[in-house]
Design a protein around this ligand. Structure first.
Ligand SMILES: CCCCCCCCCCC/C=C/C(=O)SCCNC(=O)CCNC(=O)[C@H](O)C(C)(C)COP(=O)(O)OP(=O)(O)OC[C@H]1O[C@@H](n2cnc3c(N)ncnc32)[C@H](O)[C@@H]1OP(=O)(O)O
Ligand SMILES: NC(=O)C1=CN([C@@H]2O[C@H](COP(=O)(O)OP(=O)(O)OC[C@H]3O[C@@H](n4cnc5c(N)ncnc54)[C@H](OP(=O)(O)O)[C@@H]3O)[C@@H](O)[C@H]2O)C=CC1
Length: 273
């Protein structure tokens, strides 16, 4: 593996990456580990976490520098237990990447209260629970930390997935609040918003036809990769970034600026039959 960043940039540091068993999370964990960090990854499904650990091992990361566990970020008890495991094993957390998340497509009018709540819990509540746990137990006592929240490109709303749009906007606002509240604790808090155009294990479920729609609505006329998102996350998580906090950085090929992204039906065309 080659990296844009200086070898050893994260030596002696510990990084916790939620949803680190697949996609953008795994690409981030790989880059951090390659740069010397000890990495802890988690997800709901242990088989995915184990596949992630195996991928890191295949890239030459020694077993003593990684830890994987099952943890549903929506459950405060599981979050507390996992953070406890990481602290017991590695003794500190320098970097937290809140990458775990996801949703399902549905028109707002057909969304049940449980469906709405499931996605808000997954993306907004889970991010807050993990952040608070890591900050209070590791970063605030150490007077040092870098948090990077992975959101989504929601500047034009998220028609067809309004629950996730609301949750991600909430995380962006949380990013700004905590950047100010915790500046005096030596903690920087930023967010990375991938465009809805990154080819990953996550977007595979949307199918090639929708991905083609989103590709054509991207000025750079291609889909992005998990590694391209990971590089921006890693920069923000590093000591090379010493004056950026409370920022939301898009990695989207210019998608917010141009093009019709959403394949939702045109209500007027529908009315005409
Ligand atoms: C239309 C616009 C599409 C534009 C497409 C553009 C191109 C792609 C852009 C993609 C951008 C984003 C990419 C990504 O985020 S990648 C990550 C991908 N991974 C995921 O998104 C999967 C995550 N999903 C989950 O983990 C779970 O589904 C979730 C946590 C969200 C819910 O699981 P949970 O176990 O909590 O939920 P329950 O099964 O208990 O159900 C609770 C209620 O929610 C309703 N529900 C759940 N899943 C679905 C579904 N797939 N479809 C419809 N409804 C769903 C369910 O019905 C429950 O409600 P009710 O009991 O009232 O029925
Ligand atoms: N790819 C894209 O185009 C875009 C992605 N994003 C966001 O980027 C992030 C990474 O997505 P991507 O890599 O593409 O997709 P993946 O589906 O590969 O990654 C999501 C990861 O999060 C984990 N996860 C989901 N919910 C939970 C939970 N409640 N607790 C713990 N872990 C959880 C999943 O593991 P498990 O299922 O085992 O829990 C999985 O490893 C997500 O937040 C996604 O919504 C945003 C915009 C666009």
């Amino acid at each position: 593996m080659q990296s844009l960043f200086a070898a050893g940039l994260f030596s002696d540091q510990v990084a916790l990456v939620t949803g680190g068993g697949s996609g953008i999370g795994l690409a981030t964990a790989r880059e951090l580990a390659y740069l010397g960090a000890r990495v802890a990854i988690c997800g709901r499904k242990m088989d995915k976490v184990e596949a992630g650990l195996a991928a890191l091992a295949a890239d030459g990361i020694p077993a003593e520098r990684m830890l994987g566990g099952s943890c549903d970020i929506r459950e405060p008890d599981q979050v507390s237990a996992f953070v406890g495991q990481v602290l017991e094993r590695f003794g500190r957390v320098d970097v937290l990447v809140n990458n775990a998340g996801g949703q399902f497509p549905t028109p707002a009018e057909g969304m049940s209260p449980k469906g709405w709540e499931a996605v808000i819990r997954n993306n907004l509540n889970g991010t807050f629970f993990m952040t608070r746990e890591v900050a209070t137990r590791a970063m605030i006592p150490a007077k040092r930390g870098r948090i990077v929240n992975v959101t989504a490109m929601v500047v034009r709303g998220f028609p067809g997935m309004s629950h996730t749009g609301a949750a991600r906007a909430g995380v962006e606002n949380l990013t700004r609040s905590l950047a100010v509240e915790w500046a005096t604790h030596g903690i920087r808090v930023n967010a990375v918003a991938p465009g809805n155009n990154i080819r990953s294990s996550g977007t595979a479920q949307y199918g090639e036809a929708l991905l083609e729609v989103t590709r054509k609505a991207t000025p750079l006329m291609r889909l992005g990769t998990p590694e391209e998102v990971a590089r921006v996350i890693v920069f923000l998580a590093s000591d090379q970034n010493d004056f950026v906090t409370g920022a939301v950085w898009g990695v989207d090929g210019g998608q917010p600026l141009w093009g019709d992204i959403w394949s939702i039906p045109d209500p007027q065309a529908e009315a005409k039959g």
